[in-house]
Ligand binder design. Structure first.
Ligand SMILES: Nc1ncnc2c1ncn2[C@@H]1O[C@H](COP(=O)(O)OP(=O)(O)OP(=O)(O)O)[C@@H](O)[C@H]1O
Length: 226
């Protein structure tokens, strides 16, 4: 999908969270790194329309995130920092079914859609479980299933391996690497984005670097050392 920022900026109560930004993204894997408060989440939320630009515009395949908000939301899925807050129904399978059910799917077709996405992510055995019974890694995958079942073109992950142990981190990382959908990943886990073709580094609300992962990590380390 073609993601375009045209002098888009985000200002909250007079504080500039993101300075005017113009850029085009088409890569299937896009990493976003930077120190706390540098504007990464704001940047990601501008893409799916959760934050509307204070000036300028953001478009996805030509759809304006402010004007065409509903269509933009249908194109994108967002996995928040704490996926436990994202799973709202008491049973995992019911939560995954919520999106397709709202679109009118029912009966066998609904069960098949839920079953297929659960199989794809290796969590079919968790469908009858309650979210509080899941590990952090399983929660990430359940939240991802509830997003993928809606067939987004782009999935945005906000620090998906935060708080995961090494085993779950590897499992979630392998899942992200294997996705057929386009993925934009905000992460402090540099290993996760180390082979991404494009990585953006934010520093105090400004895009400080835009390029290959290896060079982006060098730039990020420089910023962190200041
Ligand atoms: N809705 C909001 N209202 C007011 N200020 C906000 C809002 N969202 C973000 N900010 C501010 O904008 C700045 C950038 O925040 P943002 O969450 O985008 O940073 P981040 O790089 O994602 O940080 P972290 O790594 O800690 O998650 C911060 O100073 C933050 O306090």
């Amino acid at each position: 999908m073609l993601i375009q920022f045209d002098r888009a900026t985000a200002i909250f109560d007079g504080h500039v969270a993101l300075e005017p930004l113009t850029l085009t993204l088409t890569e299937t894997r896009i990493g976003v790194i930077g120190l706390n408060g540098s504007g990464k989440s704001t940047f990601a939320r501008l893409i799916n329309g959760l934050v509307k630009p204070s000036a300028g515009c953001v478009t996805l395949d030509g759809l304006d995130t402010a004007r065409d908000a509903k269509a933009v939301l249908a194109l994108t899925g967002f996995i928040f920092q704490n996926p436990a807050n994202q799973i709202i129904l008491p049973v995992v399978g019911e939560d995954i079914a919520m999106g397709p059910r709202a679109r009118g799917l029912k009966g066998k077709a609904l069960d098949e859609a839920v079953g297929a996405v659960a199989e794809r992510l290796g969590i079919a055995h968790l469908l009858l479980r309650r979210p509080h019974e899941l590990s952090g890694g399983e929660l990430q995958l359940a939240a991802l299933a509830a997003v993928l079942v809606n067939r987004p073109k782009l999935v945005i992950f906000d620090e998906p391996t935060n708080q995961l142990d090494l085993k779950n981190r590897k499992r979630v990382a392998a899942t992200i690497h294997g996705l057929e959908e386009q993925a934009l990943v905000i992460s402090h886990d540099l290993e996760l984005i180390a082979d991404f073709p494009r990585v953006l580094v934010f520093d105090r609300g400004r895009l400080a670097f835009d390029g290959a992962a290896e060079d982006a990590i060098v730039r990020y380390r420089e910023i962190a050392a200041c």
